[in-house]
Design a protein around this ligand. Structure first.
Ligand code: BDR
Ligand code: CA
Length: 379
């Protein structure tokens, strides 16, 4: 049975690819797409969500999709940056139609409720443990839902979050990953609830997402060549035109920074995890029943999110005391002294219940590339 999911997203370029991957995956059944701020302001973010949901509906690989899920938010499509390389200005034909008061959207069941309320509504009506929230942006909506009704929120099967930088530098500051930096208070609130054992969280931090790249040549369709009919087998679908327009600017920016000609698949890794893994208790049951190793590994990690640091806002502060990392130091020390600290540190290490599980291994970036291109573009 497909896994019921809620996608909470701050529509930016890799969010779009992640959402499209989810919409094209039979293993997942989206109940709702909820919108948070991040890559752009929440009111404007509503627009790209409408665009790509419509495109997914209209484009060939998605024809068999069941009803397209609802999008939450209030929007004015004509103002501000759209988080998608200003596609509203460069390609206005992708702008969603203005809806009159009370008029239905062609592809979406729009809600005017706050995203956190929609999350709670879904959790209330679905079987406890059956819904996975895939959070692709700052955790603001998730934290608000949790704060408003912790009992209902505890019905969530799992939260899968793209966020954080554990053992690697940040991408927004020297110490912080963007989603964690953007709302460290929300990240802190959610993480502390996980530590109390309120629900399960799987994290896809920069440590694992950054190495999952796809070359821009695979993602960007040469529109001019396609119009001239010289682009081989790649038909220029509206979806390809849209994703290419959105990615060209990102490619240029990466080039200007001297970065590789590749796009980091941060958010798609979180969706990919949800496609291939159930909540941990299901995975554990499958492992006990002798299920095959599917190439994914997660590890509990204990850390806290810095909220107010002058240089460290959004940093995942790992307490390495009593862990293998510190043990290496202790072992070295014990070789030159008595080593009597070991018992004390073993105790600290044993207190790690309710930690989020961090993805440490995937089936590999080539597998993601094949799945993503195959499912979204039928390539
Ligand atoms: C995260 O930041 C956003 O810009 C991306 O969409 C991703 O969710 C990576 O740090
Ligand atoms: Ca994102």
């Amino acid at each position: 049975m497909p896994r019921k999911i809620i996608i909470d997203t701050d529509p930016g370029v890799d969010d779009v690819l992640a959402v499209l991957l989810a919409l094209a995956s039979p293993e997942l059944s989206p109940l709702a797409i909820t919108i948070t701020f991040g890559n752009t302001h929440a009111p404007v973010a509503y627009t790209p969500a409408q665009i790509y949901a419509s495109l997914a509906r209209d484009s060939r690989p998605f024809r068999t999709l069941r009803s397209v899920p609802g999008v939450v938010g209030k929007g004015d499509s004509r103002h501000g940056t759209d988080g998608l390389s200003n596609i509203s200005e460069t390609h206005p034909h992708f702008d969603p139609p203005e809806l009159a008061e009370g008029e239905d959207h062609a592809h979406l069941d729009l809600s005017r409720k706050h995203a956190s309320e929609v999350i709670l509504d879904c959790l209330k009506t679905e079987e406890p443990g059956s819904v996975t929230i895939i959070a692709l942006g700052p955790l603001s909506n998730v934290a608000l839902a949790l704060r408003a009704d912790p009992e209902t929120f505890a019905r969530v099967g799992q939260v899968v979050w793209m966020g954080g930088a554990i053992d690697v530098p940040g991408n927004t500051s020297p110490t912080a990953e963007f989603n964690c930096f953007a709302d460290p208070y929300a990240a802190h609130e959610v993480l502390e609830a996980v530590k109390r054992g309120a629900f399960e969280m799987i994290m896809a931090p920069l440590d694992i997402t950054t190495p999952h790249t796809i070359h821009f040549d695979q993602l960007i369709h040469d529109v001019e060549q396609a119009k001239a009919g010289t682009h081989g087998h790649r038909e220029l679908t509206p979806l390809r035109e849209f994703t290419s327009a959105m990615l060209v600017r990102v490619r240029g920016l990466m080039k200007s920074f001297g970065l590789p000609d590749e796009m980091e698949m941060h958010d798609p890794v979180a969706v990919w995890y949800a496609i291939e893994n159930g909540p941990a208790h299901q995975a554990a049951a499958a492992a006990a029943a002798g299920a095959e190793d599917n190439g994914w590994r997660t590890k509990p990690r204990v850390f806290s999110v810095e909220r107010t640091g002058e240089l460290t806002r959004g940093m995942c502060v790992v307490d390495r005391r009593g862990t293998d990392e510190e043990d290496a130091v202790l072992r070295t020390k014990s070789a030159i002294s008595s080593g009597k600290n070991e018992d004390q540190n073993a105790k600290r290490g044993s207190s790690r219940t309710g930690a989020p599980r961090v993805i440490t291994h995937t089936p590999g970036k080539a597998t993601l590339e094949k799945m993503l291109l195959g499912r979204i573009f039928a390539a």
